[in-house]
Design a protein around this ligand. Structure first.
Ligand SMILES: [Zn+2]
Length: 431
């Protein structure tokens, strides 16, 4: 049975609804029940998983920027309780795990996914031609969730899913029905054109339990790189005000510069995609601490997967040009001091490649260590949980990954060589 220490994404202060809407029979057994009613072997297994774990790493990057050699991390009850280099103070019943060949990093955060987009070739020749019931999508998302963990990502922000299927996926993961990352959800993205309509939809999403609001403020997606703005500034502003009034956050999608400019002026918490962003808007984003999730790598993925989607030569040329402009804009954003956050925009067969955006960030001028911050501390701050995620320190959630090499010097150590993943104190992946 799984332990329910899932960090439930929500406005400050963090709610933990899984502790209150407990499902009978699921959760940690009480010790008395264990000793009186179970067979010896079952007891041992239960106690083994309940015991604290002491993890030994050759090196550890803690998210705050410190690298420690021969680090020991103690994990108990889904939380990190101790980080040190000496064995003193480590619980005697701790289970030791030797990862001295590897470097530890905080579990990574992918700030832009579409976890319910799964391609089942039996149901459609291409990902976009298949017909799948929303309930089936929830089931199939388990495979995307597993692949996401294998890339070292232990938290995702999911921006757009129909019929609240993202909440269903989140709850099944949190209740231990299948392994997967923590989910910060947004439900279906909004594209209303009037302030009143937008406000009504924001309230619906919040009532459904989504911590984030996603707005589609421009065209653009898949093989289309159309930058035309579709939501006016006033509607964006109404959405941001309605969400912020009750402590919720807003992510605005815009492929083109005018939508990004209006999103920044409207006070979005994050802006997704974007090219040709003018310098004044970049300055405003830096000044207002609006996070930019450029998702450069998702068009690289579409180009690599062109045969699955059946993209035309013309679409390929457009995608290539968009990647170039996306990267050029990221270079200027870095110089302007805009905080970048790693978002893959993973859909269908992209899961498992969630972190390749980091290589683009290094090309855009970040050091490998700064790139790591975009998937740890920057992302945790954007989500409003800087004390809980994105760092390896006492009190944070026990989301830790082990990679071969030193990713703070060589980013490919994390994009290509993840060897072990722990989420919530449980080992969820080994390679
Ligand atoms: Zn997206």
């Amino acid at each position: 049975m799984t332990r329910r220490t899932a960090l439930t994404p929500s406005p400050q202060p963090i709610r933990q609804p899984f502790l209150s809407r407990d499902r009978k029979g699921v959760g940690q057994p009480r010790p008395q029940a264990i000793t009186s009613s179970c067979l010896l072997l079952v007891c041992l297994a239960t106690f083994a998983s309940a015991a604290p774990k002491a993890l030994l790493f050759g090196k550890l990057w803690d998210g705050a920027g410190k690298v420690t050699n021969n680090a020991i991390v103690v994990v108990d009850g889904g939380r990190i309780t101790q980080v040190s280099t000496s064995k003193s103070g480590i619980p005697r019943n701790a289970e030791w795990i030797d990862l001295r060949r590897f470097s530890a990093l905080p579990g990574l955060i992918d700030a832009h996914t579409h976890i319910t987009y799964y391609w089942e070739p039996k149901l459609g020749k291409t990902p976009l031609s298949q017909k799948i019931h929303p309930a089936a999508k929830v089931h199939l998302a388990a495979e995307n969730a597993r692949l996401t963990l294998s890339s070292g990502v232990t938290t995702i922000r999911n921006l757009h899913a129909a019929a609240d299927t993202d909440i269903a996926v989140r709850d099944l993961i949190d209740h231990g029905f299948f392994p997967g990352p923590r989910l910060f959800t947004a439900g279906q993205g909004l594209s209303a054109k009037t302030p009143a309509d937008m406000e009504a939809l924001v309230k619906q999403r919040i009532k459904a339990g989504h911590p984030w609001i996603k707005i589609f403020a421009s065209k653009g997606g898949f093989d289309s790189v159309d930058t035309e703005q579709t939501v006016p500034f006033e509607a964006m502003q109404a959405a941001v005000e309605a969400a912020h009034a009750v402590g919720h956050k807003v992510a605005i999608h815009s492929y083109g510069p005018s939508g990004v400019r209006d999103a920044a002026r409207a006070g979005a918490d994050s802006i997704e995609h974007g090219i040709d962003i003018d310098d004044e808007t970049l300055r405003l984003m830096a000044q207002r601490k609006i996070y930019w999730v450029p998702t450069i790598d998702h068009n690289r993925y579409y180009m690599d997967a062109r045969h699955e989607y059946g993209f035309t030569d013309e679409a390929m040329a457009n995608l290539r040009q968009y990647v170039e402009k996306n990267l050029e804009t990221a270079r200027r954003a870095v110089k302007a001091g805009v905080k970048l956050v790693m978002g893959s925009d993973a859909v269908y067969t992209m899961f498992g490649q969630n972190t390749r955006e980091l290589e683009w960030f290094v090309k855009a001028g970040l050091t490998p260590e700064e790139a790591l911050h975009t998937a740890t501390t920057n992302a945790a701050a954007m989500l409003g949980v800087p004390e809980q995620l994105g760092r390896i320190a006492p009190g944070t959630f026990a989301d830790i990954i082990a990679v071969e090499g030193e990713p703070w010097k060589d980013i490919q150590a994390v994009t290509e060589r993840v060897r072990w993943v722990m989420k919530d104190g449980e080992v969820v992946f080994r390679r």
